[in-house]
Design a protein around this ligand. Structure first.
Ligand SMILES: NC(=O)C1=CN([C@@H]2O[C@H](COP(=O)(O)OP(=O)(O)OC[C@H]3O[C@@H](n4cnc5c(N)ncnc54)[C@H](O)[C@@H]3O)[C@@H](O)[C@H]2O)[C@@H](O)CC1
Ligand SMILES: [K+]
Length: 485
């Protein structure tokens, strides 16, 4: 599990540790780790051009110290200083250490254009979103051929990871200290981070983190692997209320994925046309209402439909939501959510569905663009209003429990971009529903389901396009791959 703590909690822990260490020791460790990573990216023979974007705070100091070490290897190190005093030393002391500091107003364009490696030490966890004025032009002029290493975080991006800045740095690699921070894992900022390297500086953080990410090694701990004592009922029976006369594909995708995830049994409740398709595609399914351990309500469900069988199907959907069983609510089923329900609940909207849900529940308009600009706050609002865990689908998928539970948010980024395709959400609902039926919490079912869904997409056609049905069919192999790796 990858864990991230907020900038404030890292600062508090740093302050405690610093009071027990010689002055400057933490920064020495940070700069040493940073220099080692940069060294590994540069030719051992020296001679590369390294350009430091030296900010006004300790982030800039880390970068300057690291550059001084690279200068010892024979690299040509230049630091750009903006309209602010350097955090540490002056141009004479850095020059003695092998780093040429270009004062504000100097000709920075030529050295930057020739950079092999850029060390972005503008802002770290003390940064507010946005860049210092002088640095905007520097960041814009970083050549595409340079390898950009951001110190602690890509400068200009929000350390809390809530909002994205298009003018901030987009790094090839971010070298952070002690632990990851939310900026590294959350959807608004993760794309700017590049490869993430965490350097041990002897700082331990404890208590519930702010953000968590399941990794492949977590699958073996969480996945409900059956034992010889199990039977089909003990492994979990899932009821799926999905599809309608106009939406016949969603239930096939959802049920295929759910059965493939290793359910004990699946019950399907649909209208005539999708029922015929589910009968043909998933012979394991049984049809009609009956005892289940969890429900999936909503893929391809049109609650306004008057077609044959729709009313009876909707009655089952409503009674599922009225029950105290775990329910995953997706797509059309989200229109049936009015507030907190009794049982464990996982809502799985995409940004557009979340904006509509919030608009309806709050009685004032929330746009899709607003959700996309700050996914975490909006998912949290929906979780707080409904008492449900909210899985917000996207390139990075968030799984957000209500604030007063005091739990970390999960953020999963396991899927290739090819997975942005119709039907992928129906597959995800089937996998997560199967996990709910086996007894996992909505938080675990959502994040583990998102991970397996992404891995299945990757394995279905590494490096190329995937269709949702291939992802659904690939779930059993993806689970085996993760359990036996
Ligand atoms: N605190 C510690 O013990 C350690 C800190 N380290 C480094 O120190 C960094 C934090 O240092 P600081 O607290 O000095 O903070 P930063 O270096 O992140 O930046 C703070 C400075 O930038 C200014 N600033 C912030 N946002 C701005 C904006 N948008 N536009 C213009 N100016 C802005 C602030 O007024 C302040 O002068 C970490 O990210 C890490 O790189 C490491 O050396 C490890 C140890
Ligand atoms: K930085």
């Amino acid at each position: 599990m990858l864990r991230a703590w907020s900038a404030q909690r890292v600062r508090d822990a740093e302050a405690t540790l610093m009071s027990r260490l010689p002055e400057g020791e933490l920064m020495r460790r940070a700069a040493q780790g940073l220099a080692e990573v940069c060294r590994a990216r540069l030719p051992a023979s020296g001679g590369a051009r390294v350009v430091v974007l030296a900010g006004p705070g300790n982030n800039g100091a880390d970068a300057l110290y690291a550059a001084a070490r690279l200068a010892q290897d024979g690299h040509d190190c230049v630091a750009l200083q903006g309209d602010w005093p350097l955090a540490i030393g002056d141009s004479a002391s850095w020059s003695a250490a092998g780093v040429t500091v270009l004062a504000p107003g100097g000709d920075w364009a030529a050295p930057l254009a020739g950079a092999d490696l850029v060390i972005d030490g503008l802002l770290g966890i003390g940064g507010r979103p946005g860049l210092p004025q002088d640095a905007v032009a520097w960041v814009d002029a970083i050549p595409a051929s340079a390898y950009v290493v951001s110190v602690d975080l890509p400068s200009g991006q929000d350390p809390a990871g809530q909002s994205r800045s298009d003018t901030g740095v987009f790094a090839d690699e971010t070298v952070t200290f002690a632990v990851a921070k939310p900026v590294h894992l959350l959807p608004a900022t993760e794309a700017a981070v590049g490869r993430l390297t965490v350097i041990d500086i002897g700082l331990e953080l404890d208590g519930e983190p702010d953000v968590e990410r399941l990794d492949f090694a977590d699958v073996a701990h969480l996945w409900p692997v059956p034992t010889i004592a199990d039977d089909k009922y003990s492994r979990g029976v899932l009821g799926v209320v999905a599809g309608g006369e106009n939406y016949t594909g969603a239930p096939v995708l959802c049920c295929t994925a759910a059965v493939g995830a290793g359910l004990g049994m699946l019950r399907y409740v649909g209208t005539p046309a999708p029922t015929a398709l589910v009968r043909a595609a998933i012979p394991e399914a049984v049809h009609g209402e009956g005892r289940v351990q969890a429900w999936v309500v909503g893929p391809g469900l049109d609650i306004t439909s008057r077609a044959r069988g729709s009313k009876a199907q909707l009655d089952v959907a409503r009674s599922a939501l009225d029950s105290d069983l775990p329910v995953l609510v997706d797509a059309g089923g989200l229109d049936l959510v009015h507030g907190p329900r009794q049982g464990p609940t996982l809502l799985t909207p995409h940004a557009g569905e979340l904006s509509r849900l919030l608009t309806r529940l709050e009685g004032s308009e929330t746009t899709r663009e607003a959700v996309e600009a700050d996914p975490l706050s909006h998912a949290r609002r929906a979780a707080d209003l409904t008492g449900a865990t909210v899985l917000l689908k996207g390139a990075t998928t968030l799984v957000v429990p209500p604030t007063d539970w005091g739990l970390a948010v999960r953020s999963q980024n396991d899927a290739p971009a090819w997975l942005a395709t119709a039907g992928a959400g129906d597959v995800l609902s089937g996998v997560c529903g199967a996990l709910l039926a086996s007894g996992l919490t909505p938080l675990d079912a959502g994040s583990l389901g998102a991970l397996v869904h992404g891995v299945s997409a990757d394995l279905a056609n590494p490096g190329g396009p995937v269709r949702a049905l291939a992802v659904a069919h690939g779930i059993p192999q993806a689970v085996a791959h993760l359990l036996t790796r």
